[in-house]
Design a binder for this molecule. Structure first.
Ligand code: BDR
Ligand code: CA
Length: 308
């Protein structure tokens, strides 16, 4: 059993990762912690609460975290995810409210209460994890594992030619997280760009899903496909965050290699670039992806969500 805290900025693919977590018996979802990223913190927190309400899982706490990156001003990804973060999907008012603790405090409390038990899965900018490390560095030894979706090691970025969105949004936080000395795996664009779903895949899901979740998934992905129709040759939705979530309980979906990875904090053209030393001239600080079983991931996602 994997006891997971999901740090997230929903976000269309964040929402799909959440639905996958809820549909996976290997996962016990301890809490969601929210961060500004794809949209501002008010939206990401409201989205997390509303998605849990929609799924009937109001028992899972949601703690709001950072409303801005550590140092830089916040630049969002509303052009990708819509102004409300969920492709303009209008969800009913959530029946729950946010937990009183700050996300960083909830992370610290839960990790320190259960040494070796909690896996942190960060699918947004890394601000909350950096704040938690700063306040209680001992979480680095108490955590079971840390998975992050972010970075572009051997491939171009998706927000600039050099940088991937989650790292670019708060590179200083990424620097803290990369150097914390904890057991870290990075699920970067190198593999997430290889796992995509098409409109036909979502249409297949539509035949088997319950009304409200089906409606939400179809509306969010329709938004994406419509917005990016002109830009993408083959209509494909990159499953960044769901792949990261799946790797926590099926790590063999990805082939890993130890690497030293650092983040560029100075570059005028390369801010937020993740620079990987696969030769390990410097000692490795994380496991990095080499290849992904894209068919295996697709089958897993469609099966799990189809049965949800
Ligand atoms: C990442 O950026 C966000 O827009 C997505 O939700 C994902 O976490 C991909 O670069
Ligand atoms: Ca995300």
């Amino acid at each position: 059993m994997h006891r997971i805290i999901l740090d997230t900025d929903p976000g269309i693919d964040d929402a799909l990762a959440l639905f996958l977590a809820l549909a996976s018996p290997e996962i016990q979802l301890e809490a969601l912690t929210t961060v500004c990223g794809n949209v501002n913190l008010d939206h990401t927190t409201r989205n997390a609460l509303a998605l849990l309400s929609l799924a009937g899982r109001e028992d899972i706490p949601v703690a709001a975290g950072a409303s801005r990156p550590l140092i830089l001003p916040h630049g969002d990804a509303a052009s990708v995810h819509g102004l409300n973060g969920l492709g303009q999907l209008q969800l009913p008012e959530p029946r729950i409210t946010a937990h009183p603790q700050h996300a960083a405090d909830l992370i610290i409390e839960r990790v320190m209460q259960a040494p070796g038990e909690i896996t942190l899965v960060a699918i947004g900018p890394l601000t909350n994890l950096a704040l938690a490390l700063h306040k209680e560095p001992r979480i680095a030894r108490a955590v079971r594992e840390v998975y992050i979706m972010g970075g572009a090691l051997r491939v171009p970025g998706n927000v600039t030619p050099a940088a991937e969105f989650n790292i670019y949004c708060d590179p200083h936080a990424a620097h803290v997280v990369f150097h914390a000395g904890w057991p870290l795996r990075i699920v970067s664009l190198d593999v997430t760009h290889q796992v995509s779903l098409t409109p036909a895949d979502f249409a297949q899901l539509a035949t088997s899903l319950d009304g409200s979740v089906k409606h939400a998934i179809l509306q969010m992905t329709d938004f994406y496909f419509n917005v990016f129709q002109a830009e993408i040759a083959t209509k494909a939705f990159h499953m960044h965050d769901p792949l990261c979530l799946a790797a926590t309980f099926l790590p063999d979906l990805i082939t890993w290699q130890p690497a030293y990875v650092d983040v560029e904090l100075q570059g005028t053209l390369t801010l937020g670039e993740t620079v990987a030393d696969f030769k390990q001239l410097t000692q490795a600080n994380m496991q990095a992806p080499v290849a992904v079983d894209a068919a295996g991931f697709r089958a897993l996602f469609l099966e799990r969500i189809g049965q949800a």
